[in-house]
Design a protein around this ligand. Structure first.
Ligand code: ATP
Ligand code: MG
Length: 299
């Protein structure tokens, strides 16, 4: 069965998209079958992996992206999946195994214009769609915006695990706290739509520190986050094995450059060489992917 994981924090700009794209790419390199679903209207993950020209084509038609599942509502998820999404200049497939459900700017209409049947909320429609393709994947990852509005709900309802990308600062701690509260509320509100076969409602299973600058001591913010995590664990509001990940991702220029190149960092420059165990950000992402695999065994 695929592991379904939402990456979310109530704080923006902490590195959710960078983490999910690069972890997805590392998992695919390890031979896992990965589906990344983009639930952020900004479409950052989609534009990154498709590059602007390919994404523009989809965006201009208003079809072929997540919102088509809801309006006009005739598309099925298999029509939207872009297989082996990462391509080189000549259209050659650079990363077999990494598929994408793209988003375009019309996805924002899910929050306002969309008036579906209240008996079938958007997250239920998405869940049913996903069930049709789930068997094809080892990992299904959801990139969510920093809120639990309808876009994110598609991810957190379908997911069985939540990871929280964070920066080592006070605002990330507030974001994490808010997230746990709002996630709990959403699970209560959506409880009548959950079936046993869906597995447990997703709880936070881990916090991942991102963008750590060399020489900056993060022990104090880490300790504060750990204390909050311990409180939530005692109150059973996060997973019983939830933890701050040992692996943290360093701040590195190549992460920003990779976006411009339209490639995950494990396909860029020196980092692409897997035979050398270099001390670099690509290996941070590889270690993180391995730690996520290991965390799955404890669920
Ligand atoms: N490890 C890193 N090193 C350097 N820059 C990084 C790193 N991680 C993320 N960034 C940069 O920080 C910015 C925010 O990252 P990202 O878009 O991944 O955050 P986000 O949480 O998805 O934001 P949003 O809330 O808008 O969706 C981007 O410009 C990204 O390139
Ligand atoms: Mg993002």
């Amino acid at each position: 069965m695929a592991r379904k994981i939402a990456f979310i924090n109530y704080k923006g700009g902490v590195g959710k998209t960078s983490l999910i794209v690069n972890v997805a790419a590392c998992l695919a390199k390890m031979g896992k079958r990965v589906l990344l679903c983009d639930f952020d209207t900004q479409s950052n993950a989609s534009i990154w992996l498709l590059k602007l020209d390919r994404w523009n084509k989809i965006n201009s038609t208003g079809e072929g992206a997540v919102y088509s599942l809801f309006d006009p509502g005739k598309a099925r998820i298999k029509d939207l999946i872009i297989k082996d999404v990462v391509e080189g200049k000549a259209g050659e497939k650079l990363l077999p195994g990494l598929d994408l459900v793209p988003t375009t700017f019309n996805f924002v209409d899910l929050e306002n214009e969309y008036t579906g049947d209240p008996k079938r909320p958007a997250y239920v429609i998405f869940y049913e769609n996903l069930a049709e393709v789930e068997a094809n994947y080892d990992f299904i990852l959801f990139d969510c915006p920093p809120n639990i509005l309808r876009g994110s709900q598609l991810g957190v309802f379908s997911a069985n695990e939540v990871y929280v990308p964070s920066n080592p600062d006070a605002l990330s701690l507030i974001g994490f706290t808010l997230l746990v509260e709002k996630l709990g509320k959403f699970h209560q509100l959506s409880a009548s739509f959950r079936r046993t076969a869906m597995g447990p409602a997703a709880q936070v299973q881990g916090i991942i520190f991102n963008s750590i600058k060399t020489g900056v001591d993060i022990e104090v913010p880490k300790m504060r986050m750990q204390l909050r995590m311990n409180q939530f664990r005692s109150a059973k509001r996060v997973g019983q094995n939830a933890k701050i990940f040992d692996t943290q991702i360093r701040d590195a220029m190549v992460v920003r450059r990779a976006v411009t190149l339209g490639l995950p960092v494990n396909l860029v420059g020196e980092g692409a060489d897997e035979s050398v165990q270099q001390d670099n950000v690509v290996n941070d992402y590889r270690k993180l992917a391995a730690e996520i695999i290991a965390q799955g065994a404890k669920l």
